[in-house]
Ligand binder design. Sequence first.
Ligand SMILES: Cc1ncc(COP(=O)(O)O)c(C=O)c1O
Length: 400
Amino acid sequence: MNTLITETLECQTMEQKGLPQRIVLRELELRLQRDFSYESGRIVGSMCTKAHHFAGKAYARFLDKNLGDLGLFPGVAELEKETVRMLGSMLSNPEASGHIVTGGTEANILALWAARKIANKERGEVVVPASAHCSFDKAGDLLGLKIVRAGLDRSYAVDLDAVRNAINPNTVAIVGVAGTTGLGVVDPIAELGEVALERDLYFHVDAAFGGFVLPFLKELNSEPPTFDFATPGVCSMTIDPHKMGMAPIPAGGMLFRNEKLREAIAWNISYLAGGEAKNATIVGTRSGASVIAVWAMLKHFGLEGYRRIVKHCMRLTWQLAKETPTIEGLSLMTKPTMNVIGITSQTLDVRLVAQELRRRGWAVSLFPKHVRIVVMPHVKKRHIDNFLKDLRGIANRLGN
Ligand SMILES: Cc1ncc(COP(=O)(O)O)c(C=O)c1O
């Protein structure tokens, strides 16, 4: 019976006659069985997690809201402003202006777009850390900007001299990362801010991942680095609710220091049913439900709720950081600042380690010199214990 349904629906062309919802749903359940699930605890290399059920509920209830047409949905438009201000207040700037967008990629593209507009240049250069996310390369390609990657220091943070040396008269912006994709490292944001002010450059901080982690590290006796709008030169920040914010995908956050900066890329759309409106986003029609779900999560969790989540993730991260180097042949790239760990080796091929972990069902990320583990909220202690057991077995086998 199951096979029969699959055979029916596997047909790639549209059928004349539709199928009952029950059959379609059964088929979906069957077809999606082979996907990884967050509940299994096997996804240990992703920066996404299972959306909180309450966020899902809020999302589903208000599914039809379209923020591309602000005049039709003034209620959601107001919630978006509030959401941006709440995120801003977590990042030392309750006056922030911006949007809930599709993710960190869109936010980073918007930042460079704003920087180019403000510099009033068709072409230009942007200095980013060598560790910056590939979304900056996409942004450069789209916007006709040359992305110049500045080297890192021994702690894998961007080297300030390398940034200074890379700046030239064509430079329109510099970027710092607060929580790098590969290792969760925080660049020297305060110093980069000074460079930006000295050279009169737009300064964007990509805290897509770190934005929901760094504000909560203080209470865990771990000194959080300076990373947000408290640094005077910071013009904009990325902070993604669909990563550590537990919100459903898609939910990225693009925060400008003030409304004037957002205005640089606000585009007027004249034909809308709700009347003329301005959005500073790449897309037109966009999900109001995403905004509503983020607003609902921020209200429901409060700072205390997010602190609890970060505490859970950090405790397991520290366990992993403590036990991994006890495994012969393995070491850490660097002491973790947040819930991202780079497992490396002087003697073993990390590609083979990743390959073996994947063969045993662990979804890990592979970087040139390390295997990246991200301890997200869906990962529990038993998963870390099992992971360490497999890791030990693999290292022993490869070492012999
Ligand atoms: C630091 C950083 N910025 C941006 C992004 C891109 O985010 P998204 O995949 O939501 O577009 C990522 C993705 O992991 C990231 O780690």
